[in-house]
Design a binder for this molecule. Structure first.
Ligand code: G4P
Length: 288
């Protein structure tokens, strides 16, 4: 699956965030808990330099909790990093973020010298939703299209949290990292790449193969199958038959079956799913 990001957009995003960085003490990077590696952007490390970072594994209400635990341990090993699983429903947990900021930067955090925080991440991971939760009101637009970079100017507005945390009300938007072919599939499966840029059959096949290998029992239960199919294409055909996706002449409509599978994954109908583990990623990097 080929997804094109325009170098102009990327360079502009980097320039804007780099300029804003001189007024930032701490970065909160928001990622999708179902795909922490694919929804992370290595540029955050380059842009934040020595600044501490809180990595938020957001949408953890949709992710496999055991895998999320592994990712939290993985990120916590990194220098200057604290990791936290979160979901939009967990407002009380989100409100603990200012305390975490103070722990990471105990020398700042006074009314005179507030900790200046910027939220960063790729589109659709929940940056705006988190800003709104922290602010306690709707400030930022929810649901930006991927690859849209908003101006984060030096004159940006700040929201004062708990008296001594100054949170930028505009998130730093970065593009996803898509050098890795599997990452682009995972971003599409989870909805980070919008539907206009994807071929449903292609990504549903990727998802079906993965589900068979990792969540076979869920597949059997959800689609009321006698046993787990041997291949992704067989699973799509089974879904097509079970859900009446048939064209004239009884031919299975794979496009409709694919849309059903992707919709059910994204809505949580197949249960809590994660699409990558630290071990899987380590193996993929070695294979590359
Ligand atoms: P962004 O600023 O990073 O681009 O993300 P934004 O907050 O706009 O959130 C993107 C979508 O993700 C929104 O749904 C939002 O409601 C949803 N979302 C945010 N946090 C969570 C979470 O913790 N759990 C779940 N399940 N969803 C979350 P939307 O605008 O309705 O888009 P869509 O759902 O139609 O794709």
């Amino acid at each position: 699956m080929a997804v094109q990001w325009y170098p102009g957009h990327m360079n502009k995003a980097r320039r804007i965030i780099q300029a804003a960085m001189s007024d930032v003490d701490l970065v909160i990077e928001v990622m999708d808990a179902r795909i922490p590696f694919s929804s992370e952007n290595p540029m955050v490390t380059e842009l934040r330099q020595h600044r501490p970072c809180i990595k938020i594994l957001n949408k953890s209400d949709l992710a496999d909790p055991l895998t999320t635990k592994k990712w939290l341990a993985y990120f916590e090993q990194q220098q200057g990093v604290k990791a936290q699983a979160l979901s939009v429903q967990e407002k009380a947990k989100a409100k603990k973020i200012p305390g975490l900021c103070r722990k990471l930067l105990p020398q700042r955090g006074t009314a005179v010298k507030p900790i200046r925080v910027m939220i960063m991440g790729i589109p659709n991971v929940g940056k705006s939703t988190l800003i709104n939760t922290l602010a306690g009101k709707t400030l930022a637009k929810v649901g930006d299209e991927p690859a849209v970079t908003k101006e984060v100017s030096k004159a940006q507005h700040r929201i004062i949290l708990d008296g001594n945390i100054a949170l930028s009300d505009t998130p730093g938007i970065l593009w996803p990292k898509i050098e890795n072919q599997n990452s682009s599939y995972r971003l599409a499966v989870t909805g980070a790449i919008k539907n206009t840029a994807i071929d449903f059959e292609d990504i549903a096949l990727f998802a079906a193969d993965y589900l068979i290998s990792t969540y076979a029992q869920r597949v059997i239960e959800r689609f009321k199958l006698k046993h787990c199919p041997n291949s992704g294409i067989q699973l799509l055909e089974d879904i097509g038959r079970k859900r009446g996706c048939l064209r004239a002449g009884g031919i299975i409509d794979l496009q409709r079956a694919s849309e059903i599978l992707i919709h059910e994954i994204r809505s949580g109908a197949l249960g809590l799913l994660s699409f990558e583990t630290p071990q899987m990623i380590a193996n993929e990097i070695i294979a590359e």
